[in-house]
Design a protein around this ligand. Structure first.
Ligand SMILES: [Zn+2]
Length: 123
């Protein structure tokens, strides 16, 4: 066994470092996003500007690391103006039975965010 081969076999046995790094980065990013958005959620009633700053930071992390937002937070951020929505503070939540949709009206830009809901399937 030459010296070069020894080195090569050593590297083959270890987990692929780049993929590992990516995985860890993703986990850390999601954790940070969750922390920032929960902070913003607590602050939004008293200090709207600071809360909005936290949301922007979370979005920047999300875009930089190319992580998709956790499902819970996807519905809490206005699609049009990117503010954090809190029912009773800056948005209205209604159900429409005709379209089978949860419509959330943002009071800041006045636009609607719609998410479908489905009835139970008949068996
Ligand atoms: Zn909006």
């Amino acid at each position: 066994m030459t010296n070069w081969e020894k080195k090569y076999s050593y590297f083959r046995k270890r987990p692929k470092p780049k993929q590992m790094r990516k995985k860890i980065l993703r986990e850390v990013a999601i954790e940070q996003i969750n922390n920032l958005l929960t902070k913003a959620d607590h602050l939004i009633k008293t200090d709207f500007k600071l809360a909005q700053k936290y949301v922007e930071q979370a979005r920047k992390i999300q875009m930089r690391t190319r992580v998709s937002l956790p499902n819970y937070w996807k519905k809490r951020i206005c699609r049009h103006c990117k503010t954090l929505l809190k029912p009773g503070v800056n948005c209205k939540v209604r159900l429409s039975s005709t379209n089978r949709v949860v419509s959330i009206k943002c009071n800041i830009c006045g636009q609607y965010n719609r998410f479908p809901y489905y009835k139970h399937k008949k068996r």
